[in-house]
Design a protein around this ligand. Structure first.
Ligand code: C5P
Length: 224
């Protein structure tokens, strides 16, 4: 059967990964959470105490970053491995979230991540979510979605996710982080977050997961 690439972009915590994972399972495609790569790269530089403003140090260290994905059969998810260490459990906290957009705006870092993402997608059969998938990574993706939801819905979703492992976190901290990341991601010079001209907008504020999946599956079937 014909295989396609599906690009899912949008603001933080719109449920991009959720729908991407469900679709990949249904279609038996590879699901790649591209944000995990930028989070792992952020972890690398934070561990080395290299600030996002220190471009010289970033340039000289970047060739020491090796990323790949490994499939976790329990979570049914491709998890990111940084220099041989699976860092999935270290990249979802607020410290990484508060720093990642600054590193993700740097040309050298984007070049590294995008090259690897494009190589994963070259044989099609990939569902990838992120900020620049439909515009930069797979400009020729057969299906492009641009997801949105109200800030209140997004804050609540991310808060519920984070509070399970970080009980001290507040809704206000989460809201502020989403707002800041969305601002930086949409205003950076290189590959800012924007809707591709041929993307379909999906506002899921008032959709159940089942409704959303049914809708998107119809869109996929039209492309196959
Ligand atoms: O998807 P997630 O929220 O985990 O992404 C974390 C951050 O990584 C985003 O806020 C953005 O700064 C960066 N990112 C990006 N391009 C992508 C995916 C993520 O710049 N394709």
């Amino acid at each position: 059967m014909k295989k396609i690439n599906i690009a899912i972009d949008g603001y933080s915590s719109c449920g991009k990964s959720t729908i991407a994972k469900q679709l990949a399972k249904e279609l038996q495609y590879i699901f790649i959470d591209s944000g995990a790569m930028y989070r792992a790269i952020t972890l690398f530089f934070l561990q080395k105490n290299i600030a996002a403003s220190d471009i010289e140090a970033i340039r000289s260290e970047i060739s020491n970053i090796h990323l790949h994905f490994e499939f976790n059969t329990t979570t049914q998810k491709n998890e990111v491995v940084l220099n041989g260490v699976n860092v999935e459990s270290q990249i979802r906290n607020l410290n990484i979230s508060n720093n990642v957009s600054h590193y993700a705006a740097i040309a050298e870092i984007r070049k590294l991540a995008v090259a690897q993402q494009q190589s994963i997608g070259k044989n099609k059969g990939v569902v990838m979510d992120g900020r620049d998938i439909g515009t930069e990574v797979f400009p020729d993706a057969e299906l492009k979605l641009f997801m949105t939801a109200t800030p209140e819905v997004r804050t609540e979703r991310r808060y519920k996710e984070l509070v399970a492992t970080q009980p001290d976190i507040t809704r206000e901290e989460v809201r502020k982080n989403l707002e800041e990341r969305d601002y930086i991601d949409s205003h950076r010079e290189i590959s800012p977050l924007r809707q591709a001209d041929d993307a379909i907008v999906l506002d899921n504020s008032n959709l159940t997961m089942d409704e959303q999946l049914a809708l998107v599956k119809n869109m996929v079937n039209e492309k196959l």
